[in-house]
Write a protein that binds this ligand. Structure first.
Ligand code: PMV
Length: 359
């Protein structure tokens, strides 16, 4: 595994102060990543839709200082100093300083905010880590203007991965694969790559409405969940199944076979949770209303032949996925039938997006 190309070597320019700001999206996996080895290497390849409205905006002010022993930064989240978020980001900086030694030459003040409500149960680690990675790569580009956009995106994804695995899929869009896979040209365990084939038009502007079933903090973190895959009795079969599913989904995304998309994506979601149910110790992240919603979706599909389907991430919220041409009818279905299962009737309307943007 060659990571040396990501080690920053020299500064062509001297920069005293720089402020940069980036907006990076959340993403929703269709084939799930669950299980990894050090350092953040996935046990199987995964693929996600990049989202559009659910994003993090992060600004970093860099000020040159004498060389530091360890990264120094202040952190503000939604305008308030947030020292309890610092350990996670500190660990991220410690991990990446080998690749970005310049972070020891600057003091950093980080301001971050999410477009989705705080404690909505939507993980912000993917978009959050991706935003910091893009800000760092912006500084790196200023220090070394010869860097290409392709290199910047690749290294940003590489860095973001070291903060949170799924963050590697939050730099570009609309579909990103992370993890080496024989059928996906250019794929790597080290960074995400854009899905390299032509996508059928039906999937180009897919909708994702996130039904907020439980806005609370998860009882079991994804770090713990990933670790429980180490001695999991079904782990090896699961990793193989995920890679097989990615191969099948690659075909489906190209040929536009929505019915096959539905059964593959729902099976992936339930398999992810089946891994949790069969871990030792076992745990359940779905809530009763998660199941109510799933049953309503199945009932609705039977009655209407709609193409709506669901996926889940590591939590109780349900992502409703559907084609743009069903937007109006599905919005009615949500309002009339599904919103009552959401906390305070809250849900977030999103759709497929295109990745990081400088702001
Ligand atoms: O990136 P992490 O370590 O938070 O893991 C994310 C895992 C899932 O969201 C459940 C699946 C995925 O592929 O995004």
């Amino acid at each position: 595994m060659n990571t040396s190309e990501f080690i920053y070597k020299s500064s062509e320019k001297n920069i005293e102060n720089l402020t940069v700001a980036w907006q990076t999206p959340s993403n929703i996996a269709l084939v799930k990543y669950w299980g990894k080895s050090e350092p953040q290497i996935p046990k199987n390849a995964s693929i996600s839709f990049t989202l559009n409205n659910c994003n993090t905006k992060t600004k970093i002010e860099f000020s040159k200082t004498n060389t530091l022993q360890s990264p120094e930064f202040e952190l503000y989240f939604e305008g308030k100093k947030k020292d309890d978020f610092k350990p996670k980001i500190n660990k991220f900086f410690e991990r990446i300083k080998e690749y970005c030694p310049y972070i020891l030459e600057y003091k950093m003040v980080i301001h971050s905010e999410n477009s989705f409500p705080h404690s909505s149960g939507i993980a912000s680690s993917a978009s959050g880590m991706a935003a910091i990675a893009m800000c760092l790569m912006n500084l790196e580009k200023e220090l070394n203007p010869s860097l290409t956009d392709a290199y910047i995106n690749q290294k940003a994804s590489f860095l973001a991965r070291l903060g949170s695995g799924s963050a590697s899929r939050s730099i570009e869009g609309p579909l990103v694969v992370w993890g080496e896979h024989p059928k996906i040209t250019g794929s790597s365990d080290l960074y995400g790559v854009k899905f390299p084939f032509n996508v059928h038009t039906v999937f180009e502007d897919y909708c994702d409405t996130i039904l907020l079933v439980d806005k609370g903090e998860k009882q079991v973190s994804s770090t713990v969940g990933h670790n429980l895959m180490h001695d999991h009795p079904y782990a090896e079969n699961r990793f193989k199944q995920a890679n097989d599913n990615l191969e099948k989904l690659s075909e489906i995304l190209q040929n536009g076979d929505i019915k096959s998309f539905i059964s593959l994506v729902e099976s992936e979601a339930l398999t992810l949770h089946a891994m949790m149910l069969t871990s030792n110790p076992y745990f359940i992240l779905m809530k009763p209303n998660t199941l109510e919603i799933i049953n309503e979706i199945w009932e609705y599909r039977k009655e209407t032949n709609s193409n709506v389907c669901f996926t889940l991430d590591a939590g109780a919220n349900v992502h409703l996925l559907y084609p743009q041409n069903e937007k109006e009818t599905i919005e009615n279905f949500i309002k009339e039938t599904l919103s009552k299962y959401c906390q305070k009737n809250h849900y977030i309307c999103d759709n497929v997006g295109f990745g990081a943007q400088k702001i």
